[in-house]
Design a protein around this ligand. Structure first.
Ligand code: 1HN
Length: 344
């Protein structure tokens, strides 16, 4: 590969003349913005242990009342991007949110898409677009772009969940903003539960709606489906389910992809080097994640991220119980952009 000219090779007065005209020579920066063969991600393999962050999150509950926070969150920030950027990867934001009994996080809507994976506690709920979605451990609740959402808590112990948003991307696009709203009127009847049976209402006239009609994916259903899949297909290597829009089969959200993965007892699973970055969050069991030179031992409620273009190996070290992992990645985005790659 040819060595390209450096900025210092250019006379100072020429460089200054360029700057005065808001001009920049490409060649000194060309290899930086387009390295050979493989990107150089800022995203570093990083782990966040729940037992280490939990006391700090509970302390935030004492230090900052909900009215002063709106959303009481500790962001899981990737040091490779700089902590102040609040990103886990190029497109993924992660945060652990705490809601205490009786608290209410007021209604708003925004352009970034969000999901919540419930980590701990009972009695809280999110109201999304007028639909009350109860929160239980392992449930996945969607708040797709533009939908009103607020959180309430009628229980007696703290509730914690993992927020996953495409905020870094939407912010980069200069398209991130929010609107505050009034407390939502809750729709009678709750969720359109019939969807989970492969049936849906078929009215004579229907308004076009791009968001998934399914807003809550109960963990009891996903867990049972994983166990059934593993039993029905003993030779299947990746016992993995994608969270999808049940009406279309498309990804549940537009930008990030969400999956539930089961590792059989003692199973080791190699995930190929694909272009999107990924996040792994343990719902049940213990999983060892090897990525790049790192080896993370994840216990329940621990989270880690892995950069794109890098293979990762997940291991369930338990000999008798399966392990269950929630996975979030940038696949829908990469596919839509036409940059998705699987390098094996
Ligand atoms: C947000 O609206 C929530 O609604 C959580 O719970 C985390 C992070 C950045 C921007 C908006 C929520 C968020 C957020």
């Amino acid at each position: 590969m040819t060595e390209l000219g450096r900025l210092e090779d250019l006379p100072l007065d020429y460089r200054e003349a360029l700057t005065r005209q808001n001009l920049v020579p490409l060649w000194p920066s060309l290899r930086g913005v387009m390295p050979a063969h493989k990107p150089r991600p800022n995203t570093r393999a990083t782990m966040w242990a729940y037992q280490a962050l939990r006391p700090l999150l509970l302390q935030a509950g004492e230090l900052t009342p909900i009215e002063k926070a709106e959303r009481r969150v500790l962001v899981l920030a990737n040091p490779g991007h700089g902590l102040e950027k609040m990103q886990a990867s190029a497109a993924i934001y992660l945060g652990m949110q705490l809601l205490l009994p009786g608290e209410w996080a007021p209604s708003h809507r925004h352009t970034p898409n969000a999901v919540r994976m419930i980590v701990e506690g009972e009695g809280a709920y999110t109201t999304v677009d007028g639909v009350r979605c109860p929160m239980a451990r392992g449930d996945l609740i969607l708040t797709p772009t533009g939908l009103w959402h607020e959180h309430g808590h009628d229980g007696s112990a703290p509730v914690v969940w993992l927020d996953v948003l495409d905020l870094p991307l939407v912010h980069y696009l200069e398209a991130s903003y929010h609107v505050d709203g009034e407390r939502q009127a809750v729709q009678a009847g709750g969720e359109p539960a019939v969807l989970t049976h492969g049936l849906r209402p078929a009215p004579l006239f229907e308004r076009e709606r791009s968001a998934s009609p399914m807003l809550r994916y109960p963990w009891v259903d996903a867990r049972a489906a994983l166990l059934a899949l593993a039993a029905q297909r003993p030779a299947l290597e990746a016992v993995q389910l994608a969270y999808v829009n049940p009406e279309t089969g498309a990804d549940a959200e537009n930008i990030l992809g969400f999956y539930a993965l089961m590792l059989r007892p003692r199973q080791q699973l190699r995930l190929p080097a694909r272009s999107p970055a990924s996040v792994f969050h343990v719902i049940e069991g213990g999983v060892e994640v090897s990525v790049e030179a790192q080896r993370f031992s994840l216990a329940e409620a621990d989270t880690c991220c892995a950069p794109g273009y890098t293979a990762a190996t997940l291991r369930n070290q338990d000999g008798s119980a399966p392990a269950f992992v929630f996975v979030a990645d940038e696949t829908p985005l990469h596919r839509k952009l036409g940059i998705f790659e699987d390098r094996g």
